[in-house]
Design a protein around this ligand. Structure first.
Ligand code: TLP
Length: 346
């Protein structure tokens, strides 16, 4: 049976062009800085984000940890959202590996942090306190309906950080989705941002890899941290070749994923017992709640849907997530809606 896999955009397979580029990639030892394809990818990523330098790393989780550890020393404090990927899904690596103390603030529904709350959370110089060092934002915000954070908000957050001597890191795993949704350039979303990490392996369809971008000094520190984490790769140009195509060929088509997510959200909003406001869906991530009395438990719902060939994930007691991506076309959305209707009516 054909599977319609809406669990994540991480399931996208590399394109034929990517596989060919990987097979033909010119490579060298990247720990010596001698892999020409990695170097090309890093130059491209730096240009696209408007930063001085970039670093190719194994994953989004590693990109975030490297960024935090390159900005903070042990005992420093980082302010971040309570719904952020770093806080929820990265095993507490900030503390466990980086020795970084987290100060969480409630994310607002649109993924932002209230900047007045951020300002109040910044510590004064006091022997009892950790030093406030880093502010972290996520764009798009995964758990907040994949919401994009707009250039005005990013600029205001960056001004606040600067005024208080904080550094600003953006977990931009899906920053290209944000840029496409807001019809703006990625650079416009990063005013005064000290570091940005983004993923090549999600909607952009590369098989592996993420980028960290920032100033030359920052990237030099990041290169050291990557090495101590065991992330120094050798002939990584084989992977970087796909990353280059991710950035040059796969960005504009993200619009299609957003449209499919919107159609899916509007479709499920019609079903009795499913709670969603389709207007909340602006990129490729659809969160919805299920009423277990009218339908089933979220767990049983996921299981029964899988039996009908549609895969989504549970992300809370009654909360579910579906993500659109390159391998989902319009007819898959219609089939997924039909399958959901059948599960509800059975
Ligand atoms: N997110 C994955 C899961 O880990 C939840 C997904 O399916 O959405 N930042 C953000 C905002 C992310 O959504 C993710 C991955 C990461 C970082 C980590 O990237 P990887 O999986 O490459 O370590």
């Amino acid at each position: 049976m054909k599977k319609i896999d809406l669990r994540s955009d991480t399931v996208t397979l590399p394109t034929r062009a990517m596989r060919e580029a990987m097979a033909n990639a010119e490579v060298g030892d990247d720990v010596f800085g001698e892999d020409p394809t990695v170097n090309r990818l890093e130059t491209l990523a730096a240009e696209m984000t408007g930063k001085e330098k970039a670093l190719f790393v194994a994953s989004g989780t590693m990109a975030n940890l490297i960024s935090q550890m390159s900005h903070c020393t042990r005992g420093d404090e980082m302010i971040l959202g309570d719904q952020s990927h770093i806080h929820i899904y990265e095993q507490g690596g900030s503390a466990a590996i980086g020795g970084i103390h987290s100060r969480t603030l409630a994310n607002q529904k649109n993924g932002t942090l209230d900047l007045n709350e951020v300002e109040s959370a910044i510590r004064g110089d006091n022997i009892h306190f950790p030093r406030s060092r880093l502010l972290v934002l996520e764009n798009t915000h995964n758990r907040c309906n994949g919401s994009p954070l707009d250039p005005d908000y990013m600029a205001a957050a960056s001004r606040l950080a600067k005024n208080h001597g904080l550094l600003l890191h953006v977990d931009g795993a899906r920053i290209f989705n944000a840029a496409i949704c807001l019809k703006t350039g990625v650079k416009d979303l990063l005013p005064g941002v000290d570091s940005i990490s983004f993923c090549l392996s999600k909607g952009l369809s590369a098989p592996v890899g993420s980028m960290v971008c920032g100033s030359s000094d920052f990237i030099q520190r990041a290169r050291r941290v990557r090495k101590v984490l065991g992330g120094g790769m050798r002939q990584a140009g084989v992977l970087a070749a796909a990353g280059i195509l991710a950035l040059t060929q796969m960005v504009d088509r993200l619009e299609e994923d957003h449209e499919h997510a919107r159609i899916f959200a509007e479709g499920i909003a019609e079903f009795n017992g499913i709670i969603i406001n389709p207007d909340d869906v602006r990129t490729n991530i659809v969160f919805f709640d299920i009423d277990p009395i009218k339908i089933l438990s979220a767990e049983a719902f996921v299981r029964q849907l899988e039996e009908k060939g549609v895969r989504i994930i549970q992300s809370g007691l009654c909360r579910l997530r579906a993500v659109t991506h390159r391998m989902i076309d319009r007819s898959d959305i219609d089939e997924a809606l039909t399958a959901i209707k059948k599960v509800i009516e059975s």
